[in-house]
Design a protein around this ligand. Structure first.
Ligand SMILES: N[C@@H](CCC(=O)N[C@@H](CS)C(=O)NCC(=O)O)C(=O)O
Length: 208
C-alpha cells in the first residue's frame, strides 16, 4: 500500500494519522504545505485536489479519502486499533468526538497573541474542560482497566486523547491533564509505545 498524505507542515489534526500509520507499519509519503501565517493558506494546487477544499487528504490505490476522522479511523482499522465489537468501536468514535469538542477552548488560547490575554484564555479553557471532559475521561479510564479508554488494549481513542494532551502542552506550555493522574499516565504510556515513539522521534519539529 503506497499512501500519499497531504497536510500542512504541522502536527494539527494530522499527526494522529501519522502516528497510526507508523504504528501499523504502513509506509507513507507526505506533502506538507508551508505554514507562513496562522491560520495558514492552503496552496490552490493542493486545495483543488481535496473534495472539501481542506486537508488532511490521503491518496492510495488510485483512491482518495478526506476528513481527518474518516482517515484516522480508516487507518486505525487497518492497524487493528478499532475493536471488533461494534459497541466498543462506537465508544471509540464517541470518545474521539469528545476529544475534538474538548479542543475548541484550548484553540481559542492558541489563537490569542497578547500574552496576558492568552493566560486568561488558558484559565478559561481549564475551567471549560475540567468537569465537562477531563474529569469524565479520567473516570472512564479508572472504571475501565485503569490504562485504556475502551477494552484492555490500545485503541485509536487512546492515541487521539494522548496526542491532544501532548499537542496542547507543546502549543501552550501547559499540561491539560496535570490534575488527572490516570490520563497523564495513559498519555505517557501511549506516547512511549515503541512504534508511536518512532514517529514522535522522527517527525519534523513544528510550532503547530
Ligand atoms: N472537518 C475537517 C476540517 C479540516 C480543516 O479544518 N483543515 C484545515 C487545516 S487544519 C485546512 O485545510 N485549512 C485550509 C483551508 O481551509 O483553506 C477535518 O476534520 O478534516
Amino acid at each position: 500500500m503506497s499512501v500519499k498524505l497531504y497536510y500542512f507542515d504541522a502536527r494539527g489534526i494530522c499527526d494522529p494519522i501519522r502516528m497510526i500509520l507508523t504504528y501499523g507499519g504502513i509506509e507513507f509519503d507526505e506533502i506538507r504545505a508551508p505554514v507562513d501565517t496562522f491560520p495558514p493558506n492552503l496552496p490552490t494546487e493542493i486545495k483543488s485536489k481535496c473534495r472539501w477544499g481542506q486537508v488532511p487528504m490521503v491518496e492510495f490505490d488510485g483512491k482518495s479519502l478526506n476528513q481527518s476522522l474518516a482517515i484516522t479511523r480508516y487507518f486505525a482499522k487497518k492497524a487493528n486499533l478499532v475493536p471488533q465489537d461494534i459497541y466498543e468501536a462506537a465508544l471509540c468514535d464517541e470518545y474521539v468526538d469528545a476529544v475534538r469538542d474538548l479542543m475548541a477552548p484550548w484553540y481559542v488560547a492558541v489563537m490569542e497573541n497578547d500574552e496576558q490575554k492568552k493566560q486568561e484564555k488558558i484559565d478559561e479553557a481549564r475551567k471549560a474542560t475540567k468537569t465537562r471532559f477531563l474529569d469524565v475521561f479520567e473516570s472512564i479510564v479508572k472504571l475501565n482497566d485503569g490504562k485504556h479508554l475502551v477494552g484492555k488494549s490500545l485503541t485509536w481513542a487512546d492515541i487521539y486523547l494522548a496526542y491532544i494532551i501532548q499537542h496542547f502542552e507543546i502549543l501552550l506550555g501547559v499540561n491539560i491533564a496535570s490534575e488527572h493522574p490516570t490520563l497523564k499516565t495513559l498519555s505517557e504510556n501511549v506516547l512511549n509505545e515503541p512504534n508511536i515513539k518512532k514517529w514522535i522521534d522522527r517527525r519534523p519539529k513544528t510550532k503547530y
